[in-house]
Write a protein that binds this ligand. Structure first.
Ligand SMILES: Cc1ncc(COP(=O)(O)O)c(C=O)c1O
Length: 362
């Protein structure tokens, strides 16, 4: 663990006095409900840098009610997974990518960066200590949530002088309770997620808070997720709540470009590589809403799926925009979607060869 931006310190391992009861029936895990025994914490003070890195028992923080995060939402986070392999070992999927994206989010939100090697080593150590919490049933994994919050107690809109970085772990089942089944997506007409120049490509809590109103309306109408259109013309497909969108359109794979308003998904990047290997041409352009709706009806739009760490690959069976509903692939899982899902999860779970060198063993 080298000194540098963010570190210059050892990682202390504090004793654990009590262990929680583990969930033995892994079909009951759900998503993000149970947390492991330990967490990793690092503190930052302007002038001193990062210090007091430790792995400690999982416990609540005591924060001043004036802490900046509570008022002006200076907060960022990440999401990645550790998977149990058939030989019992544990693999992290492309963790460096998450740490680098975390640092990009930090820069956008005026927060201090962390040393990538330090975070990776500390993360591996935390998962090693919590290895018994990594589930092994099909579709389960250990979800990892690195987070940074602004803790300086002062009322005033300015970058904080104090921060907490922490990592918590939660054993999870499939993101959608129904498993690998086509989802129903509501396309938002009135509400938008991110505009050019805003914070859309940063993984910051405010983006998600701003999405709650539309996703609540969508859930009330029976939809699984909201698809966001661009903020300027409300015409071009951007992304879904926690996924990047892919379309098999006219024989080619089409996905929105990274223009600053959507998240630079790590599953998106991985899907690119795997779909190219399957022989597909990939077009990075934003489909229009008309192309999606008319394409679904004419058959030009053959498949649609979302990609993201939580759900990995999620087939879309239906889109609704205003009062028009269209079905995709007859509301069944498309062939390309299934091939991609099998290949990607095969690499993640260690049942297929990791030809790209994406997996980091603990
Ligand atoms: C808004 C948004 N888009 C896309 C993604 C997919 O990104 P990744 O594949 O890195 O999980 C996520 C999930 O992190 C997300 O929150």
């Amino acid at each position: 663990m080298t000194p540098g931006k963010g570190t210059a310190m050892d990682l202390q391992i504090l004793p654990l006095e009590n262990q929680k009861e583990k969930i033995t029936d892994e079909s009951k895990l759900g998503f993000g409900k149970y947390f492991t025994d330990r967490m990793m914490v690092v503190e930052y003070d302007r002038g001193r840098g990062w210090h007091s890195a430790r792995i400690q028992p999982y416990q609540p923080f005591s924060l001043d009610p004036a802490a900046l995060v509570f008022h002006y939402a200076q907060e960022i986070f990440e999401g990645l997974k550790a998977y149990r392999h058939p030989d019992g070992s544990i693999g992290l999927f492309r963790p460096e990518e998450n740490i680098e994206r975390f640092n990009r989010s930090a820069r956008r939100m005026c927060m201090p960066e962390l040393d990538t090697d330090f975070v990776l080593e500390a993360l591996k150590e935390l998962v090693r200590l919590e290895a018994d919490w990594v589930p092994s049933s099909p579709g389960t994994s250990l979800y990892i949530r690195p987070t940074m919050i602004a803790t300086e107690p002062v009322l005033g809109v300015k970058p904080s002088d104090k921060y907490l970085f922490y990592i918590i772990l939660t054993p999870v089942g499939p993101y959608y309770a129904r498993g690998f089944e086509p989802v129903k997506i509501w396309i938002s007409d009135d509400y938008v997620r991110a505009a050019h120049g805003g914070t859309g490509e940063a993984k910051t809590g405010g983006n998600y808070a701003a999405s709650l109103f539309a996703s609540t309306l969508a859930a009330q109408k029976g939809y699984d997720q909201v698809l966001w259109l661009d903020a300027e013309e409300h015409k071009y497909v951007e992304e879904v709540g926690s996924m990047n969108m892919f379309f098999l359109y006219d024989g080619k794979i089409v996905t929105s470009p990274l223009s600053g308003t959507i998240l630079d998904g790590i599953t998106r990047k991985s899907a690119f590589a795997l779909l190219k290997e399957m022989g597909f041409e990939i077009e990075e352009r934003a489909l229009t809403i008309a192309e999606v709706l008319d394409g679904a009806e004419s058959g030009k739009l053959q498949e649609a799926f979302g990609t993201g760490t939580a759900a990995v690959v999620s087939p879309v069976g239906q889109f609704t925009y205003k009062d028009r509903t269209v079905q995709i692939s007859g509301n069944k899982v498309g062939e390309t979607t299934l091939r991609l899902y099998n290949r990607l999860t095969g690499i993640q779970y260690g049942t297929e060869e990791d030809t790209h060198g994406w997996v980091r063993k603990i």
